[in-house]
Design a protein around this ligand. Structure first.
Ligand SMILES: *[C@@H]1O[C@H](CO)[C@@H](O)[C@H](O)[C@H]1NC(C)=O
Ligand SMILES: *[C@@H]1O[C@H](CO)[C@@H](O)[C@H](O)[C@H]1NC(C)=O
Length: 783
């Protein structure tokens, strides 16, 4: 019965909702009353109470009073009776104190509030009845409270609300009935609450809401129904709440949210966290056009489909605490989120290599499905991590070499940074993760890992490894991830990876390769991703990937590659990711790209490519999604350099170059990201196609003029020179006085003059976002 939360403060409860009304009536009334009072006023004060004759408050807290003291001074405005033993409030219990504005009755063992108990309290603004034993709210319990703004009945035993219980409370803003025993809300239960803003029904046992349960609440904008027993989203009931903007249904046992379940015109914040959702129709919220914020955290969602249209304002979807499996089935959601600019908050729960990754940091191409077999394996691995099967060997008896740590439950064994000079032996055969990084092995002899065929992930980073002998890993039939990064390997023998039929991800970055280890991968039929970043490879010769036929991703960033043979990548026809950034290429290796019909992500940033000739990416026209050509010192692109690329391309990076012009971008009709920042663009008629294209797309383009000098630092879309060019007449008017560093975009906001108003309005919206890139650049130039 005792509540730890209630009863600390005389304004108990008000503090939480002070924005609602605390100051509005209280201050003027106090001032007015004092005007008519003699300074010295001998007031009545009940024996057990403390009376403040300036503030006009009477406090009788924790006194075991069994009735409302009859001798309280008539002019009292604030009466605090918390912690007494009043049991029952009779009719007109406060008839002697008609000026009360605040009344606190928490912890008074009140069981019954008789009809008309508060009659005569026409000025009462705040009434707190929390932490009593009230079980029924009678029809006339709150009669006479015609000014009441906040009513707290939390932590009672209310299980029944009689019709008309609140019908006299026309000014009530907040009604709080949390922590009661309501099971169901009948039709019209809250009738008469003509000014209600927030209704709190959290922490009850509600499992059913009648269709008209909230009828008549035309002003309600916040409804809290969390911590109840609702198993289905009460669609019909909710649809009647036309003004509700925040709806909290957290902690209800719902397992599924069906098609168009949430149909609420003004709803902006919807909390569906900590439920048991296992699935969600992709149209579940599509009838709530104002939704900006959807909380689905802490459910059981593994995969989520992209939301179908209908929620143009959606900006955030919280997914933390779901067992989200980041494979190809999550890719459409991620792509949709990028396209729709929706922030996904949460992390991947699996597969292993993405586990813990922030959803928003995972690039769609990384969301892929491995071979059926590998996927089952990964799932099994994940399942066994989550619910480890009872193991026969007791924890302290798991096999473990000396100077290592082995956990029976997770099957992880680690000898990280222990100064081992030989690969330790004697790990449990059930080991699944073996972490040996940071030791001094210098070389890995043949058959170094006997008896650990279930290891999925093997870490050998920073082990000063110079050589890997033939068959070093033989017997590791289940190995999927092999980390050999940050060693000193400069070559690999053809049989080094013998006996690794499942190996999928191989990390060889930061080693000493000067020549691509041709032929070393032919024993790895399942290899999907090969990391060779930050080595010193100078050339990719013909047949470099021989045998690695299923390779999808090749990472070669940070080498010194100056030549790619036309036949270098010939065998890897499935390649979809090729990172060649930060090398020494002077040309786009177009010939080598000929057979790569699945290439989606090509990165050439930071090479020394000064010129991109015609048809440079033609072979990839159908498949390419992302193209990185930034920071290369690129001076010129042929008008047909991007020929063949069309609606498939989603991102194009050209920042940090020396381009004065860019080729026509009109064919790239599905671009989602483009960056032209830090280029010395010449804002004159040859750039008109770019200017016209900017007008057409709804994208942040980051293009700034460097010349002519008088336009330096201005954004291409803000200068008016193009209107004078042949073909530029239809461009919208731009005020010529647009300040270079206007703080408020509003000041320079152009007015749409002609052309489709809708499209223009859309564009201006984008324009009014902060314009960091171009502004900074303008500043730098002048400095
Ligand atoms: C109130 O009653 C309780 C139990 O009957 C007693 O322990 C307590 O001292 C009383 N308090 C006052 C202020 O009389
Ligand atoms: C390569 O080296 C650069 C520069 O030291 C570093 O930023 C990058 O993370 C490295 N990449 C890999 C994969 O090691």
């Amino acid at each position: 019965m005792r509540s730890s939360r209630a009863g600390q403060n005389p304004l108990d409860g008000i503090e939480m909702h002070s924005q609602l009304s605390r100051d509005t009536l209280w201050v003027p009334l106090l001032g007015l009353t004092m005007l008519f009072l003699p300074v010295v006023y001998a007031a009545k004060c009940p024996q057990q109470c403390v009376c403040d004759q300036i503030q006009l408050t009477v406090t009788c807290v924790n006194k075991n009073l069994t009735e409302v003291p009859p001798t309280v001074d008539e002019i009292t405005v604030k009466l605090d009776l918390r912690g007494n033993d009043i049991q029952e409030l009779p009719t007109r219990a406060f008839r002697h104190t008609p000026y009360l504005t605040h009344l606190s009755l928490q912890r008074c063992n009140i069981r019954r509030v008789k009809e008309g108990a508060f009659r005569g309290l026409g000025r009462l603004v705040f009434l707190n009845l929390a932490s009593n034993n009230i079980d029924i709210l009678y029809q006339e319990s709150f009669d006479g409270l015609s000014s009441l703004k906040q009513l707290m009945i939390d932590r009672n035993r209310v299980e029944e609300i009689q019709p008309g219980a609140f019908s006299q409370l026309g000014f009530l803003n907040l009604l709080s009935l949390t922590h009661n025993q309501l099971v169901y809300i009948p039709n019209m239960a809250f009738q008469g609450l003509q000014n209600i803003k927030w209704l709190r029904l959290s922490h009850n046992s509600l499992n059913y809401l009648d269709i008209e349960a909230f009828a008549g609440l035309f002003t309600l904008n916040r409804l809290s129904l969390d911590h109840n027993e609702l198993q289905f989203f009460p669609t019909e009931t909710m649809t009647r709440l036309a003004e509700v903007t925040r709806l909290d249904l957290s902690y209800n046992p719902m397992t599924y949210l069906g098609e168009e379940s949430v149909s609420m015109a003004k709803l902006s914040h919807l909390f569906l966290d900590h439920m048991s959702l296992q699935d969600l129709a992709n149209t579940a919220v599509s009838k709530s056009p104002s939704l900006t914020h959807l909380d689905l955290s802490h459910n059981q969602l593994r995969v989520i489909q992209p939301f179908s249209g209908g929620t143009p304002k959606l900006a955030r979807v919280h997914l933390t605490g779901n067992p989200i499996y980041c494979n190809c089935y999550m890719r459409p959601l991620r792509e949709w989120a990028i396209r729709s600019k929706v922030k996904l908050v949460g992390t991947c729960a699996g597969p292993l290599h993405l586990s813990g990754e922030i959803l928003d940091a995972v690039h769609p191409p990384e969301l892929r499905c491995q071979s059926q077999e590998a996927m089952l394996k990964a799932e099994f691995e994940e399942a066994s991590r989550r619910a480890p099967p009872p193991t026969e060997e007791p924890e302290n008896k798991v096999k473990c070499p000396s100077n290592c740590v082995c956990e029976a439950e997770t099957h992880h064994s680690s000898c990280e940074n222990r100064g081992h000079t030989k690969v330790p032996r004697g790990f449990s055969p059930a080991t699944r993760l073996l972490d040996l990084r940071g030791n001094n092995f210098h070389y890995i002899p043949s058959n170094s890992f006997p008896g650990v065929s279930q290891v999925v992930s093997l870490h050998l980073q920073r082990c000063k490894v110079v050589e890997v002998e033939d068959g070093a890993f033989s017997g590791m039939k289940g190995l999927i991830y092999l980390y050999l990064s940050e060693n000193h390997i400069s070559s690999l023998r053809p049989e080094a990876f013998k006996g690794l039929p499942q190996l999928t991800y191989l990390h060889l970055e930061k080693n000493s390769f000067t020549i691509f280890p041709e032929g070393a991968f032919k024993l790895l039929p399942g290899l999907l991703a090969l990391h060779m970043e930050n080595n010193s490879i100078a050339k990719l010769e013909a047949n470099a990937l021989k045998g690695a036929e299923s390779l999808r991703a090749l990472y070669l960033t940070g080498n010194v590659i100056n030549h790619v043979s036309p036949k270098a990548l010939e065998q890897a026809t499935d390649l979809d990711t090729l990172h060649l950034a930060a090398n020494k290429l002077k040309d786009v290796p177009t010939e080598a790209l000929r057979n790569l019909e699945n290439m989606k992500d090509l990165r050439l940033s930071g090479n020394a490519i000064r010129w991109v000739g015609p048809n440079a990416f033609q072979p990839l026209g159908k498949s390419l999604r992302e193209l990185y050509l930034d920071n290369m010192g690129l001076e010129k692109m042929s008008q047909s350099s991007l020929a063949g690329l069309g609606p498939g391309l989603r991102s194009l990076f050209l920042e940090g170059n020396k381009l004065e012009e860019v080729p026509d971008l009109h064919p790239l009709s599905s671009l989602e990201v483009i960056n032209l920042a830090d280029n010395p663009l010449m804002c004159d008629c040859p750039l008109l196609p770019l200017r016209l294209w900017i007008e057409k797309v709804n994208l942040k383009v980051r293009a700034t003029c460097a010349n002519p000098p008088e336009l330096r630092g201005r954004r291409v879309k803000d200068v008016h020179v193009f209107k004078a060019c042949p073909g530029g007449e239809a461009l919208p008017f731009v005020p010529s006085v647009a300040p270079k560093r206007a703080k408020t975009p509003k000041a320079t906001k152009p007015k749409p003059m002609h052309l489709g108003g809708v499209k223009q309005a859309k564009m201006f919206k984008t324009k009014s976002k902060p314009r960091k890139g171009p502004k900074m650049k303008g500043g730098k130039k002048r400095a």
